[in-house]
Write a protein that binds this ligand. Structure first.
Ligand SMILES: Cc1cc2nc3c(=O)[nH]c(=O)nc-3n(C[C@H](O)[C@H](O)[C@H](O)COP(=O)(O)OP(=O)(O)OC[C@H]3O[C@@H](n4cnc5c(N)ncnc54)[C@H](O)[C@@H]3O)c2cc1C
Length: 452
């Protein structure tokens, strides 16, 4: 039997899995269908392409569960994190990157690795033998999707996801917009001015909501009953939930002062975040949408400062497929019915770049350890990695299983800590301290088994 690990899909999870397995000494072939076969959201043939936001979210490893996952991935020499750190852009407490430089760097690093081969081919069947990881993501191609559905016997679950538009910086009217991070957050001047803000008065906001509600939207014809992922709701859906919803969500006007009119409090503010190191592109934060292209340009040009905006990419909506992992995968991420196949990334029912890369890291290590004859236990539940994998492969209720972001609700409670605000901060610190110790123990375990 071949001792090569084959990974289908070179996205966040597949790239990280390949890196982890190769650094343990295992030969890897990555099968990535792009650029030969395209998806609706990717634009390049690069590996680890970020399809929407350019942010890996909070980098706070003491008070935030995503920041904790960053920490655990860095401790495990994670490729996605170390590359993100090299291409970091100012974004307050978030880890945002130049998406093009980031993806190019990941691709180059993997291409240069002596144990890694990249083949640009689409896999459409489930492999009969060998060692495989399927990390084909939310946009898994149709042929493979059908093969997986056939094997698992379960209806593929789905929800809808939407992406936000990107605007050319030089088309934004800076006599109306200004640069400022909310509450001037950040340690450097660059961080304190990481966001571009467009103010709205009440009349403009009302007209904007009316236009959103009336705009032409993409309709589905698949008899869909799937819902939206709550963290990624299209703005029109938010507006339908109430006229004030956006003002309390992505358009909240707090922590910002308009230098063009310092005495006038904006009724709402649209924020844009730098999308590349050059500062030539900005994405509209939280503005994922299912409006048709014509409607998008019309409605978004109602935003003060964006009257003449040119769009590098408009928003869009897509179907997102994932497995019912609690019933289909074991705690090693293996398909119960065909244990030579592991799954990793968003298709396992985690949500987000970071969580997907994290599951790639685990799948790569677990697969390589097994191939080397030193199988590893699943990571401890007290670590962020362990909390996530435990949730998707057993902890979650299978009947109502939905994709999950990492969060402290997935962690076992820490005893003896009081409630309240101070209590919450102490509790999060206790979670993160405990998680870091548990994760380091698990990493150590691997060093010991490899040395034995
Ligand atoms: C439109 C959209 C918007 C999103 N917005 C965000 C966001 O703003 N923030 C966020 O954190 N997450 C976002 N996500 C989720 C994000 O895509 C995932 O979290 C992350 O990229 C998933 O990583 P992955 O490795 O599982 O899949 P991907 O990164 O998508 O990688 C899967 C790879 O597999 C390849 N592939 C698919 N089928 C085959 C096949 N049969 N053979 C060979 N190769 C194949 C694809 O080309 C792709 O390169 C979004 C997803 C989509 C689709």
């Amino acid at each position: 039997m071949s001792k090569t690990l084959h990974i289908i899909g070179g996205g966040m999870a597949g790239s990280e899995a390949a890196w982890q397995a190769a650094r343990m000494g295992v030969s890897v072939v990555i099968h990535e269908m792009r650029p030969r076969v395209e998806t609706f959201a990717h634009r390049t043939g690069d590996l680890a392409e970020m399809v929407c936001s350019n942010s890996f979210r909070s980098d706070d490893d003491e008070q935030n569960a995503v920041g904790l996952l960053h920490w655990e991935m860095r401790a495990a020499d994670g490729l996605i994190m170390q590359t993100a750190d090299r291409h970091r852009l100012p974004a307050g407490g978030a880890l945002a990157v130049d998406r093009d430089l980031f993806a190019r760097d990941v691709t180059q690093t993997l291409r240069n690795h002596p144990l890694i081969t990249i083949q640009h081919d689409e896999i459409t069947e489930l492999p009969a033998d060998g060692h495989w990881i399927i990390a084909t993501g939310p946009l898994t191609s149709q042929g493979l999707g059908q093969a997986i559905a056939h094997e698992t016997g379960a209806d593929a679950l789905a929800f809808f996801d939407a992406i936000a538009p990107i605007v050319y910086a030089d088309s934004i009217d800076m006599s109306k917009a200004w640069m400022q991070s909310r509450y001037d957050k950040g340690e450097t001047e660059e961080e304190r001015t990481a966001y571009l803000n467009c103010p709205m008065d009440r009349a403009t906001y009302d007209a904007f909501i009316d236009a959103l509600l009336a705009a032409d939207k993409t309709e589905f014809h698949e008899g869909e009953t799937a819902g939206y992922f709550d963290g990624c709701l299209p703005i029109e859906v938010m507006a339908e939930r109430g006229r004030e919803t956006l003002r309390h969500g992505p358009m909240k006007p707090v922590g910002l002062t308009n230098p063009h009119q310092p005495d006038v409090k904006p009724h709402a503010v649209v924020q844009l975040r730098r999308d590349n190191a050059l500062g030539t592109l900005f994405n509209i934060v939280g503005f994922q949408t299912k409006m048709k292209y014509g409607a998008q340009t019309e409605v978004f040009r109602m935003i003060p400062g964006l009257e003449n905006a040119s769009f590098a990419r408009l928003g869009g909506i897509h179907r997102n497929t994932f497995l019912n992992s609690p019933t289909l995968l074991d705690d090693q991420m293996r398909l119960r019915s065909r244990p030579h196949i592991r799954f990793a990334g968003q298709i396992t029912g985690v949500e987000g770049y970071v969580e997907s890369a994290a599951m790639g890291l685990l799948a790569g290590r677990l697969a390589a350890a097994e191939m080397l004859g030193h199988p590893l236990p699943s990571p401890p539940q007290d670590s962020a990695m362990g909390a996530l994998i435990h949730h998707i492969t057993g902890g979650a209720e299978a009947k109502t299983f939905q994709p999950m972001n990492v969060n402290f609700g997935l962690f076992r409670p820490v005893d003896g800590l009081k409630g309240g605000r101070r209590g919450r901060s102490d509790r999060y610190k206790a979670y993160t301290d405990r998680a870091k110790a548990a994760w380091q123990d698990w990493l150590q375990l691997q060093n010991m088994s490899c040395a034995s």
